[in-house]
Ligand binder design. Structure first.
Ligand code: ADP
Ligand code: MG
Length: 288
């Protein structure tokens, strides 16, 4: 049985590579933008991440997969600075960032979305993006909220926000409250707000989960254009492996906090350990 045989793990897209794109000689640079080196994170007696190492090349789209509880979100929380690892290094642009607080990591260009949607739901779609832009310009989210209408550069900032909303097909909803958008659109708005802060490395935690099939496919296109047109390196966590394999240049698979394999989608999807890890999860779901 192959990974593609289970409904969870593969759609028709699972076997498709990004013709031309993934092999583009200029898009991906061999130098590592991010290096995770022998990372260990413990919560009491539980070792959530256990000596994990992998690299993300500048310009690539990399997937981080693994069964539930394998440590993926903990890796993101360590990169963005929410958790303090017990051991290891995280290098960004060649420098160890582990001592930096989360906002300094964001200033360096490490931005993320969370597993649960975090928007200012009563503010308009446009104002949600403006907050991202003003955070870049002034520093504080609260300050941004109060100063939205008073900045001298208001028009310029507004234009940039509308351009970003165009990218995600949300410009026509600019004046509506964010809460009126569909689930998928709210995800895209979150993405846009983070984009406004000009990430170099974008960490996306299960951005497509809960989306309809067509929304998930559109999201894939969107991420490709963000990667190509805005020069953003992407590290994506996603449970739907077909989606990941159709999007990513390379994929690292974790199980119980450790790395099982880091390779091309083709290598990873045919790896016996990966198949067994996911089958173990399916067994556990059937007989908890
Ligand atoms: N803040 C925390 N406190 C205690 N345990 C945690 C915490 N965060 C994650 N864990 C545990 O670490 C393990 C890995 O979790 P997580 O990184 O969320 O996995 P994944 O994202 O792959 O589903 C799980 O056993 C989870 O319960
Ligand atoms: Mg998670």
């Amino acid at each position: 049985m192959g990974v593609n045989d289970t409904a969870l793990l593969g759609g028709p897209d699972a076997n498709r590579r990004l013709d031309g794109m993934a092999s583009s000689p200029t898009r991906v640079n061999e130098t590592a933008l991010l290096e995770v080196d022998d990372l260990t994170v413990r919560f009491g007696g539980l070792c959530a991440v256990n000596g994990l190492s992998f690299r993300v090349k500048t310009g690539e789209i990399k997937g981080l997969i693994g069964p539930n509880g394998s440590g993926k979100s903990t890796v993101f929380n360590s990169i963005s600075g929410v958790y303090r690892p017990q051991a290891g290094k995280i290098l960004f642009d060649g420098k160890n960032i582990l001592k930096l607080p989360p906002h300094d990591r964001a200033k360096k260009g490490i931005l993320r979305t969370f597993q649960n949607i975090r928007l200012f739901s009563h503010m308009t779609v446009l104002d949600n993006v403006l907050v991202g832009l003003h955070t870049r310009m002034t520093g504080g989210v609260l300050e941004s909220c109060f100063r939205l209408r008073r900045t001298a550069k208001e028009e310029e900032v507004r234009e940039e926000s509308l351009r970003l909303l165009d990218l995600v097909h949300l410009r026509e909803y600019a004046d509506r409250p964010a809460s009126t958008l569909s689930f998928g659109q709210q995800r895209w708005l979150e993405l846009t707000r983070a984009l406004a802060a000009k990430p170099k490395l974008f960490l996306l935690d299960e951005i497509a989960s809960g989306m309809s099939h067509s929304e998930a496919e559109e999201t894939k296109e969107l991420l490709r254009s963000i990667n190509r047109e805005q020069d953003v390196t992407l590290l994506v966590i996603e449970h739907n492996m077909g989606w990941v394999f159709g999007l990513c240049d390379s994929v690292v698979c974790m199980n119980f906090g450790s790395k099982l394999i880091d390779g091309t989608p083709e290598e990873v999807k045919n790896d016996r350990r990966v198949i067994e890890a996911y089958l173990g999860e399916a067994d556990h779901a059937a007989n908890p």
